[in-house]
Design a protein around this ligand. Sequence first.
Ligand code: NAP
Length: 308
Amino acid sequence: MDSEYDVVIVGGGPAGLAAGLYATRARLKTLLIERGVPGGQIAVTEMVENYPGIEEILGPELGDKMLRHAEKFDLESQYIEVESADLNSKTKVLTTRHGEINAKVLIIASGAEHRKLEVPGEEELSGKGVSYCAVCDGAFFRDKDLIVVGGGDAAVEEGSFLTRFASNVTIVHRRDELRAGKILQERAFKNPKLDFIYSHVVESINGNGVVGSATLRNVKTNELVEKPVDGVFIYVGLTPNNEFLENALPLDDQGHIHVNLKMETRIPGVYAVGDIRQESSRQVVAAAGDGATAAIFAERYIAENFSE
Ligand code: NAP
């Protein structure tokens, strides 16, 4: 297997796929490494309806289109986990279980995944009623009662999606107003199958083998209430996928990577794009823009630093 590339991109979400498109169109020998399925978070999003020019498209379909588009220009892909990165030399070295891969430029597009609630019962009942993916698991909850935890876009959008299957979905949010965008809120408030419990947090998820209830605490009065439910979907934000970067690159307190307007990190030849970078707006179109920007400046970096 080839192990020498101009550009290696870690992560196959919209940021990585856009970087792949631009890098291959610049005729750079480019490898994209993805540990899961291409598309990143949109691969587990029902519908994308805010990508300019495309009024609505299924998330996995958009991911697939982005991959095929870049492959048309010879993007190579490997589906494997990057275990570590050595960024000390001019050539960057990534280690996978199949060996080392060398790159003139590394574009980090490893994104973020759903944060855990870290309450009793969450881990034990994961896959047994506790889920982080409505698109993957929603259909298992036909005519059931669910709660969705969180108050952001993901909680409201995915909560609304779950009403297609469930008889009732209650969004449990820790504050007394939602954080989600206004359009999503307006739609959600009109949905007869969606209820809202504000100012409550989940203290524990309970059940013998499968979820049977959740204990909620009123954050104002500390009063506890046990709510019978068949499933708990957790959407309380995202946490960056940075495990392979330990000691390789400075990260901020939240584990994001600092970049400048060219998407350059503090290490020459290393770029970070999408949800792994600081101050990401976490939108598909912005991630794609990051990827394009990084690839354009990566091409210039290679021309200036590796010309024979
Ligand atoms: P988010 O916007 O960071 O919202 C996280 C929510 O979880 C907030 O309401 C937060 O409460 C709550 N929360 C955090 N920790 C909690 C805890 N321990 N217990 C209870 N509640 C907790 O995250 P998101 O909704 O996952 O969205 C992430 C990004 O993706 C956003 O920028 C969003 O615009 C974008 N996005 C996602 C989708 C989608 O996934 N379907 C769609 C469009 C856009 P507070 O409000 O009190 O902080």
